[in-house]
Design a binder for this molecule. Structure first.
Ligand code: HSE
Length: 307
């Protein structure tokens, strides 16, 4: 194979209480990457569509991740890389993660799959770490592997999938302002009290149990964040109003997606997402904000070959 086109889904990280430790892929939006083998050893960003991304291979997460993979193989294969974004960087939907995950997945395909999908995660993580200034796999793991992924540890990387009911719906609201993860991380408290930590880790345990048992009441109680939401909500237009619309629409868990500004809301029925989408639309239209709404389910496939 000389060329491949792949799809990498967007993702929701943190899921409220699980800062840097959990995330899930969504099936409504993502990005495409086209990789072609070169006859030399260069890594080139050939084209980027839908976002102004760096064309410097030393500054682009896709080529940085590919380089990590090539180093592990001791390979000097060169690639041309084209990236077609269907959602904006800085939207809180794991844009750098989908580029990094898609890039290593595509390169691995062209190299004859020397690595399993799971084994590709550390390489994708190198790209993500460049973008956000630290190692966090809560976007890159779900984007690469699909599903709801929990990262138990980073040194060494230790992660597992939580099986989620296919009936769970997710509404994503993206108010069109940009939040850079690297900056948003810097605003978080460096230390938390033992009481805050206790509440937070109780919620993460409850969240996993709620998903395992499909307990929607517990899910709703568990998606509560004492660490990032209090700081980050102030950067999100009309956050409290959107949260209260979610509540009135029957949400079973609402919070910030990643570092924002997108927000996610879980629903167990079909009417809730429609009601919430309709009310958020009038809220933002009346206030003059640009926004996008994605009606999703949890994507279970992660990166896949499309051509
Ligand atoms: N866990 C990361 C953060 C996700 O909250 O900073 C960034 O999208």
């Amino acid at each position: 194979m000389e060329s491949v086109k792949v799809y990498a889904p967007a993702s929701v990280a943190n899921v409220g209480c699980g800062y840097d430790t959990m995330g899930f892929a969504i099936d409504s939006v993502g990005e495409e990457l086209i990789l072609s083998k070169r006859t030399d050893s260069l890594l080139m960003i050939k084209e980027t569509v839908g976002a102004a991304l760096s064309s410097d291979p030393e500054q682009n997460v896709a080529t940085i991740a590919i380089k990590a993979l090539l180093n592990a193989l001791n390979s000097d294969q060169g690639f041309d890389v084209s990236i077609i974004k269907h959602f904006k960087p800085g939207s809180g939907l794991g844009s750098s993660a989908s580029s990094a995950a898609g890039a290593v997945f595509a390169a691995n395909e062209l190299l004859g799959t020397p690595f399993s999908k799971t084994e590709l995660l550390p390489f994708a993580l190198e790209g993500e770490a460049f973008a956000s200034g630290c190692y966090h796999a809560d976007n890159v793991a779900p984007s690469l592997l699909g599903g709801f992924q929990v990262i138990r540890g980073y040194d060494p990387l230790d992660f597992f999938e939580v099986k989620v009911s296919s009936d769970l719906k997710v509404l994503i609201v993206f108010p069109d302002v940009q939040v850079k993860t690297i900056e948003s991380k810097g605003l978080l408290p460096k230390e938390v009290s033992i009481l805050t930590a206790r509440n937070q880790w109780a919620n993460t345990a409850a969240l996993v149990q709620a998903l395992n048992t499909n307990d929607m009441a517990l899910l709703k109680r568990a998606i509560e964040d004492h660490i990032a939401e209090p700081v980050r909500k102030s950067f999100i237009p009309l956050y409290s109003d959107v949260k209260s619309i979610a509540e009135k629409s029957g949400s079973v868990g609402f919070n910030i997606s990643g570092s924002g500004p997108s927000m996610f809301s879980f629903f167990s029925d079909d009417s809730g997402p429609k009601k919430m989408a309709c009310e958020v639309k009038s809220l933002y239209e009346n206030a003059g904000f640009h926004f996008k709404i994605y009606t999703s389910k949890i994507d279970t496939k992660g990166c896949k070959v499309i051509v």
